[in-house]
Design a protein. Structure first.
Length: 71
């Protein structure tokens, strides 16, 4: 569930979704984990990709509407 990825409710505002994305993007951004182990880098990279994909849909009103109707 994309809402769970961002840690927001289904009725979250666009501003809430944007704030959640920024918070999580900063937390998981690959540059922030450059000195971590390969495993930690991979986990952070996977998490960052999931957060980015969730925001690409939920951060766009039309894509979010389609997502809400389909799921």
């Amino acid at each position: 569930d994309l809402y769970r990825v961002l840690g927001v409710s289904r009725d979250a505002s666009s501003d809430d979704i944007k704030a959640a994305f920024r918070r999580l993007a900063l937390k998981f951004h690959p540059d922030r984990h450059a000195n971590a182990s390969k495993s930690e880098q991979r986990n952070a990279s996977d998490s960052f990709r999931q957060v980015k994909e969730a925001y690409e849909i939920l951060g766009n009103d039309k894509k979010r509407e389609v997502y809400n109707r389909s799921g």
